[in-house]
Design a binder for this molecule. Sequence first.
Ligand SMILES: [Zn+2]
Length: 46
Amino acid sequence: MIDVEYDPNEEQRYECFDCGTIVRTARPTVCPDCGSEMRNQNIPLE
Ligand SMILES: [Zn+2]
């Protein structure tokens, strides 16, 4: 896992790896639709 500092009180956009659902939340979670891992969109893919 990539560990990046961010403000834990600030909502971030997370996109589901599996179905693409986007959720705004202040903490990492799992997809509400399919339960898959979600990716923080504020962290650019390299
Ligand atoms: Zn999903």
